[in-house]
Design a protein around this ligand. Structure first.
Ligand SMILES: Cc1cc2nc3c(=O)[nH]c(=O)nc-3n(C[C@H](O)[C@H](O)[C@H](O)COP(=O)(O)OP(=O)(O)OC[C@H]3O[C@@H](n4cnc5c(N)ncnc54)[C@H](O)[C@@H]3O)c2cc1C
Length: 459
């Protein structure tokens, strides 16, 4: 029986990053993946394919507007199958990259369903068993289905099947206005689909700052996206070429397609944890861990979408790095989730860090707001990306940064400045003093910071 210092189950952003780092630290590592390809949700059904399609929507949108910049290109059309195959090519290149990286780092990859047999034994499929000094559980999450509206990949989709949708539909009902629902609303509405978001809560993107949501909502309206909030779906019926959604109040709407995006669930059942004493919350399915991602069994760790931390790829990777560094005997600092960015790739994008205004008010924190729009900035006009703002929430006493909310076509790129700022415990004054290059979009951050010191310069 082969024996390893570390056996990792699941090869998503948690498992693959953990495997590489562990190997770099001198551990003998095995990585188990049940699917044909490495990379998990993120690479195969999440971050990467969605962003490839969203990029196509942005390109299509831009091409339709280039006349304003002096170009004449006639009517813009697209071939959806080519857009899908470009997405597949990108995903495939990244998959091959992962195979290469595992070989380069001497990680032994096993294909098959991994299951804990006991605290130091992992079974792969029916026939293979390996021994593990330490185990990292990184089995991730899967689509949560609506029992009466299961995806058929034709009329009703979930976030997995919609990635290969055969054509852009005329109309789409999106059940669930969270991050995934809003990203797909941005995708399809920019390709001309009449999108209707149906959200149970009083607002879409309920965990985001209200002003960010208002800005994105305004833009959705420009693209004809309808939003129903406080709306509960009671039933669904299919005909040959349409789906009818029935609301609790009796109203009905018909769509060419429906996308169900009501969230994801942790994959923690049937992986053998019960037999080993690893604890999980029975309601949520999340595995219980300490701040170093150790489960109730100290040499078994759990990270990523299977624990109750933000379900994001970069978070999963950071947790995995922390766990394996601990396994290798290092003492990395505990992860500060206030410095963990959120990135939402709707249009315009939302990127945030730290607290929302709502949360600060509820906690009774004495805070102030420094906000600056992109609209007056020369570079924003040049690049035709004037929509959005930078909003910094800071403590009145020490000018420490409590929360940042950026809405812009490139918001997810800008938030990294604040991640570093937060790690270095910077103040809003220091961000204002830091010279930003001109002309850039990032100057907007400096301008927003100036607000805290009296006034913005260019407003
Ligand atoms: C549509 C969509 C878009 C997203 N976009 C973004 C984004 O832009 N940015 C971002 O940060 N996050 C995004 N996410 C979230 C991100 O994909 C997840 O947070 C991330 O993939 C979690 O990583 P993980 O390693 O914990 O799990 P996963 O990526 O889910 O990987 C788990 C792996 O474990 C394997 N596995 C499960 N059980 C077993 C078993 N018993 N044996 C062997 N293998 C097993 C699975 O097959 C899978 O490959 C998106 C998600 C979706 C669905």
């Amino acid at each position: 029986v082969e024996s390893y210092d570390l056996v990792i189950i699941g090869s998503g952003p948690a498992g693959e990053v953990g495997a590489i780092r562990a190997s770099q630290l001198g551990l003998k590592v095995a990585l188990i993946e049940k699917e044909k390809h490495l990379g998990g949700t993120c690479l195969n059904w999440g971050c990467i394919p969605t962003k490839a399609l969203l990029h196509a929507a942005t390109t299509y949108d831009k091409l339709q507007k280039v006349a304003d910049q002096g170009f004449e290109i006639g009517e813009v059309s697209y071939q959806w199958d080519k857009i899908l195959s470009r997405k597949e090519t990108i995903v495939d290149q990244q998959r091959k990259g992962l195979v290469f990286l595992m070989k380069k780092n001497k990680v032994t990859v096993y294909e098959g369903l991994g299951k804990l047999k006991d605290r130091n034994t992992v079974q792969i499929g029916d026939s293979t068993t390996i021994q593990a000094k330490n185990i990292l559980l990184a089995t991730g999450s899967r689509v949560r289905e609506l029992p009466f509206a299961k995806a058929d990949g034709e009329l009703i989709h979930n976030s997995d099947t919609v990635l290969s949708i055969k054509k852009i539909p005329k109309s789409m009902g999106i059940i669930g206005g969270g991050v995934i629902g809003c990203e797909f609303a941005s995708l399809f509405s920019r390709f001309g689909t009449e999108v209707h978001i149906i959200e149970l809560f009083p607002q879409i993107l309920p965990t985001e700052d209200d002003e960010s949501v208002a800005e994105v909502t305004r833009n959705f309206k420009k693209y004809g996206v309808k939003i129903s909030t406080n709306a509960k779906v009671k039933g669904i019926s299919k005909s040959k070429d349409s789906v009818t959604v029935e609301f609790e109040d009796g109203k009905k709407h018909s769509f060419e397609n429906v996308l169900v995006s009501i969230g994801r669930e942790a994959v923690t059942a049937n992986i053998g944890i019960e037999a080993c004493g690893v604890k999980r919350d029975e309601r949520s399915g999340f595995i219980t861990v300490n701040e170093h991602y150790q489960t109730a069994v100290p040499h078994i760790y759990a990270v990523g979408d299977i624990i109750n931390t933000p379900a994001l790829a970069h978070t999963a990777s950071a947790e995995a790095m922390h766990a394996v560094e601990r396994i290798a005997g290092h003492h990395p600092p505990v992860i500060n989730y206030d410095a963990n960015p959120t990135a939402i790739y709707c249009y315009p994008e939302i990127a945030s860090i730290g607290k929302t205004e709502r949360a600060l008010k509820e906690a009774g924190v004495d805070y102030a707001v420094a906000k600056f729009p992109f609209a007056p900035m020369a570079k924003a006009k040049i690049e035709d990306m004037t929509q959005g703002f930078v909003k910094i929430l800071y403590g009145k006493k020490y000018h420490d940064i409590l929360g940042v909310h950026i809405v812009h076509a490139k918001a997810t790129e800008f938030i990294a400045e604040f991640v570093l700022g937060k790690v270095l415990e910077t103040t809003i004054d220091e961000i204002g003093q830091a010279i930003h290059p001109h002309p850039t979009l990032s100057e907007t951050i400096m301008e927003a910071a100036h607000v805290a010191n009296g006034a913005a310069i260019h407003l």
